[in-house]
Design a protein around this ligand. Sequence first.
Ligand code: F0G
Length: 458
Amino acid sequence: MTLPYAEPFKTKMVEPIHFSTRPEREKWISEAGYNLFNLRSQDVFIDLLTDSGTGAMSNAQWSEMMMGDESYAGASSYYKLKSAINEITGFEYFLPTHQGRAAENVLFSVLVKKGDIIPGNSHFDTTKGHIEYRKATAVDCTCDIASDTRAVVPFKGNVDLEKLEKVLNDNPVENIPFIILTLTNNTAGGQPVSMENIRKTADLANRYGTRLILDSARFAENAYFIKTREEGYADKSIREIVREVFSYADGMTMSSKKDAIVNMGGFIALKDESIYKEATTFNIIFEGFITYGGMTGRDMNALAQGLYDGTDFHYLESRIRQVGYLGSKLREYGIPIQEPVGGHAVFVNALEFYPHINREEFPAQLLAVELYLEAGIRGIEIGAIMADRDPVTRKNRFPSLELVRLAIPRRVYSDNHMDYVAAALRNVYEKRDNIKRGIKIVEEAPILRHFTAILDRV
Ligand code: F0G
């Protein structure tokens, strides 16, 4: 008999999670203004809000925590992290920051000025935010197929090289400080970017005299997909692939809360000393002295170890397999999901789930609420509420996709939890025709409204 798959780790410490009843959840979600961000985590049974900062650290990471050097300047933890980053990415220069968006803030303070254009593949919200805050423009050049949830293609996160070249052609290079590639493409469903696409993007950057920066939050998951899907990489190790990926780039921003499996942390790494030198000033203003940048010594130690843990093939296989397992269950139950399943989350297509619910009544938010009521599971809406209103017309914006993201924390839940999630969604799906109306907004902030909006049933 072929042996079944089993995870390459066992559990040493457990955290109880709590079942609740539907009447309790009715009360809690109503008190939360039908916004899952407003729930207390103790009132959630399985929390799939995000895979960011929610992973379980290894025994090696916890033991590194005890060895942290909390010196203000020149801590050994800084040098440990510098050496790990150099070994994993090949970058010579690095600055620690407290999380990914802080890395963006520091680096963009050097590179982005008013009127600039920054093309890329589905810039993450905070990346776009830091660009627009500086009165520059993020131009999304993601390949069109990414918005077709049913298309099964191996590298749906790729940038469209023709769209990208057009942006490079149509604008003076002084206004394009860099191209940014997000690995994996979170917004498009955790979809990977191929090595070929990264290499060709770097070629374009070189040819037009600009830079390539990688938003690397999920670089290791991306490398796993390159190894398993791209011709010529099956026999390369994850670390060899990672080194090749970063060899094409001028620098990276990192949210360590994802693929480095720490609860907090980030960094910038760079090839070029002069940008590093300019960025140090901003790091000191915004984050802290350059040898800690918003992180404690113990956090830097855990992060250094997490870079090794997170680039281990067997760990990555268990990770991506589990996300795929949830996807396969949902597929089996006929639930419409973004295909193929990406690296960190399964995305449910709410427009196909509730085709009879008007978009003005936010079908993805409705689905997230119904799933919570059914079984205490928390996902998030990635749809019209998150898209905010148009800044000029103040009308609701309706993006092409209206999704619920079920992000899977790393090394946290078992396949039984995945079965539970799948069964709960199946129940919600079977009852879909009984749901006649959606959700309305009662109160909202002018931007980033999804975090704090007060909602209600129509
Ligand atoms: N880049 C990407 C691709 C991200 O997914 C995130 C965060 C960031 C940058 C910002 O990093 O949170 O450390 O400041 N994504 C989280 C998510 C919040 O749930 O997808 P951060």
